[in-house]
Design a protein around this ligand. Structure first.
Ligand code: URA
Length: 235
């Protein structure tokens, strides 16, 4: 790969024209040697690239955990609403980044942003049954029969059959958690509606076996470490 392409793909805050300038100033090195030509070809998986003394490590893909606030949409184009891609900091804005799975505009919580289409496909495929856990606050107290109703595979809107889901009532009679193994449109809201209740607040708190970092403030994001990426697919 070309040196300028490598640096700007790993560090979206450094454009290719900036790399050219940095090379000219002698601030870019490859394996300890200063490199003045931005079109130099490098072996991106092995070469040690430094910009201004700082090592730029190679990551083929980026995985970002965003704690989505209300009012932000999970699509690439938002119209008049802000999108998840618009609220993340500059340094994470890589080309090809997209939200893997959607939360409603009024739902908060864990959204994965990535440029890894293969992982997103595996995570979202209905066949993979990757669990997604939600915390919900309800309009009316939850009832004893809910766990059984969810576990039995509920039918919503007359004819849409859902996979078995795990319901757990909270100490607070209006609060609960629900684990789904698929992602139908407005699914949590429609499931509670089928039980004669209504969701008044919803937050996704985990994907696979990876929980939303409890210290991550709303609207903020962090990079998911390599060792944790597989957890996004754990059943
Ligand atoms: N189910 C819903 O109803 N809304 C969401 O945003 C996610 C799951």
């Amino acid at each position: 790969m070309r040196l300028d392409k490598f640096i700007s793909s790993q560090r979206p805050d450094i454009s290719r024209s900036m790399v050219k300038e940095l090379c000219r100033k002698g601030m870019v090195s490859v394996n300890g040697q200063t490199v003045k030509k931005p079109d130099t070809h490098i072996d991106e998986s092995r070469a040690e690239i430094c910009v201004n003394g700082e090592r730029i490590s190679y990551r083929e893909h980026l995985y970002i955990m965003l704690n989505k606030p209300r009012g932000v949409v999970c699509s690439s184009k938002g119209g008049r609403s802000r999108t998840v891609l618009e609220i993340i900091p500059e340094e994470y804005r890589r080309s090809g980044l997209f939200p893997a799975g959607r939360l409603d505009k009024d739902t908060e919580g864990f959204v994965l942003l990535t440029d890894d289409g293969e992982l997103a496909h595996k995570m979202l495929s209905p066949k993979s049954h990757v669990p997604k856990t939600y915390f919900a606050r309800l309009e009316k107290p939850w009832e004893e029969g809910y766990a059984e109703a969810f576990a039995g595979g509920m039918t919503i809107d007359g004819n849409e059959k859902c996979l078995p889901a795990e319901f757990k009532g909270g100490k607070d009679p209006f609060e609960c958690t629900l684990v789904l193994h698929e992602g139908k449109f407005h699914q949590v809201k429609r499931m509670f509606q089928a039980l004669g209740n209504r969701v008044v607040y919803l937050r996704r708190i985990s994907i696979g076996s990876l929980p939303l970092d409890p210290d991550l403030p709303l609207g903020k994001c962090l990079e998911i470490l390599h060792k944790d990426v597989e957890k996004l697919l754990a059943r």
